[in-house]
Design a protein around this ligand. Sequence first.
Ligand SMILES: NC(=O)C1=CN([C@@H]2O[C@H](COP(=O)(O)OP(=O)(O)OC[C@H]3O[C@@H](n4cnc5c(N)ncnc54)[C@H](O)[C@@H]3O)[C@@H](O)[C@H]2O)C=CC1
Ligand SMILES: O=C(CO)COP(=O)(O)O
Length: 348
Amino acid sequence: MHHNGVLSFADIGVGEASLQLRSVSIIGGGAWGTALAQTLSHDTVVTLWVREPEIVEDINARHVNRVFLPGVDLNHSVHATGDLASVATADVILAVAPAQHLRGVLVNLARHLTNGVPIVICSKGIEQETGKFMGDVLEDIVPQATRAVLSGPSFAADVARGLPSALTLACRNEAVGRALAAFLSSRQMRLYWSSDVIGAELGGAVKNVLAIAAGIVEGRGLGTSAHAAIVTRGFAELRRFGEAMGARPETLLGLSGLGDLILTCGSTQSRNMSLGRALGEGRSLSEILGARSAVTEGVYTAAALVRLARKKNVEMPIAEAVHEIIEGRLGVDEAITGLMQRPLKAED
Ligand SMILES: NC(=O)C1=CN([C@@H]2O[C@H](COP(=O)(O)OP(=O)(O)OC[C@H]3O[C@@H](n4cnc5c(N)ncnc54)[C@H](O)[C@@H]3O)[C@@H](O)[C@H]2O)C=CC1
Ligand SMILES: O=C(CO)COP(=O)(O)O
């Protein structure tokens, strides 16, 4: 565990093997990967794999990532590289590529990896083509990796500035989870461990879709009562879906579930919420997406989420409405009317 910026490491027994944690690699130089590199670099050796050569140069020469995390001066110890082989030897690897691109990046990384290395999924989404969560994508490509998830309420800009945050670190092997939580925690970022991997992963993917709905409510000027209603009924959908997927109630009520839903639905700092707001103001999806370089995961996860929910017979009318709006099959006002006119039912 890190104390007062002094390099230390967790060293625990995992079966016969021993897990030594001293170095971290981060795969993905967007806002979140760069913010994680910044906060972890106070205490440990961090290497950041970045896809764009000009951003590698920006980080190493000028200690900034002007494209994805403007306005943050990075520690000189944050080292960027475009070479996947050189990040594969770290003791822990954080996977932070956008959900629809994670598979491709892992395929290129896989041949450089050593057996059993912990890979911590930090991306939030469901793969459109397969309907798989990121942990299952990891399992497909690197089955020998020790799978973990880091998720919770955390805007990259907040974490990069050293503001306090608390997140969930999930790993099926509790001893490894505890060691990872200790190693990745810092004075600014407090991690709670869990062994509920699917529960921790699911909240981040689902809340992105629901945050688009919360944004629409804001953009349409429907008021704070409607905002509270959409977040609460959205949480009911997240909870139902989570239960059907085998997530534990305490995870859904925790940082990676309710916590992240509250953050993302409540702030235009969220890309998903602000996209919803722009839709609510009457702008078209193509216009909104065309104007941004940042990824808005809810747009790409909505279809897969709705497909999965239908398969599991889980009712998710808000997620369905967001999906229909994204597909251009439903207008914002029609969607609102549709939600308000559903048959009355017991609150569950
Ligand atoms: N930004 C935030 O506050 C947080 C983001 N996340 C999650 O982290 C993941 C990454 O998001 P951000 O870092 O915010 O990204 P970003 O929106 O800042 O940057 C886009 C990223 O996508 C990458 N990219 C674009 N095309 C690609 C391709 N074909 N193959 C591989 N990579 C490609 C770019 O290199 C860049 O790293 C997402 O799943 C997001 O939900 C999680 C927590 C907080
Ligand atoms: O996941 C996030 C905060 O926890 C970031 O949300 P957005 O991707 O909507 O900006």
